[in-house]
Design a binder for this molecule. Structure first.
Ligand SMILES: [Zn+2]
Length: 243
């Protein structure tokens, strides 16, 4: 089994090219029972589930709390990986639900594997805000790729964003996220005007990138807003985001 686990880790994001081991029904049940013990936090690895869920934000969306453990390769098809650490992804309920038991075929990854996929060299997520004459603001995310990410990975990212509804989820979350920043933005603006707000937003974005990635939705949003003169003018904040 150690060889299989090493092979999984070598293949990483494309581990779905591994053929499942031909196990008897009884053998499959043994693996699932091991996982059940792990999942209920007792017996085999009493602290492992708790340790996995210590991660605060779901690595699929970088947004919601981790409350479940996803099997990157579904445990029904690959029972032997049901307890392999590299295959256990702490995740939020929605990502786990949207992902379900889907997996890549023929060695082509269907989704980004949080432990093996790293595209920090290329920003493909973009954000912008639209400020209406009425003062209401909406936030919109999109995907834009350059040629620094190959075709398979680009497809994989697009599929993941579609299946996980990430663009819509980010857009909705952005409004409440910025609303919570309103008071601080006003303080910053009163002390240094437009440029201070812009610098502050960029500082926050850089702080997030330093511990996450250039495609973290929050960093992308804050970076986009830092370069938006209309947003940083704060006139609309007074009008629409409250006191
Ligand atoms: Zn998630």
């Amino acid at each position: 089994m150690g060889i299989k686990y090493s092979e999984y880790d070598r293949l990483g994001a494309t581990a779905s090219s591994l053929q499942p081991i031909d196990l008897s029904d009884e053998q499959k049940k043994v693996f699932w029972a091991f996982y059940s013990n792990l999942d209920s936090g007792k017996a085999l690895f009493p602290d492992l589930r708790g340790d996995l869920l210590l991660r605060v934000e779901c690595p699929y969306c970088d947004m919601d709390d981790c409350i479940e453990i996803d099997h990157f390769l579904p445990k029904n098809r690959w029972p032997e990986f049901s307890i392999h650490l590299s295959n256990l992804i702490p995740s939020c309920h929605r990502c786990n639900h949207f992902k379900s038991a889907r997996y890549g075929k023929d060695g082509t990854a269907l989704y980004l594997h949080p432990y093996f996929s790293n595209f920090n060299h290329s920003q493909y997520l973009t954000a912008k805000c639209v400020i209406e004459k009425s003062g209401s603001i909406s936030f919109h995310f999109d995907l834009e790729f350059d040629n620094s990410i190959d075709e398979d990975a680009t497809t994989c990212i697009k599929v993941m964003f579609e299946h996980f509804h990430l663009l819509e989820r980010y857009g909705k979350r952005a409004a409440s996220h910025i609303n919570r920043q309103n008071r601080m933005l006003k303080v910053v603006f009163s002390n240094g005007g437009f440029s201070a707000v812009s610098d502050y937003l960029r500082f926050l974005a850089d702080s997030i990138v330093s511990v996450s990635s250039v495609n973290n939705w929050e960093a992308v949003l804050l970076n986009a807003l830092s370069g938006d003169q209309e947003f940083c003018s704060l006139e609309h904040l007074s009008a629409s985001l409250g006191k």
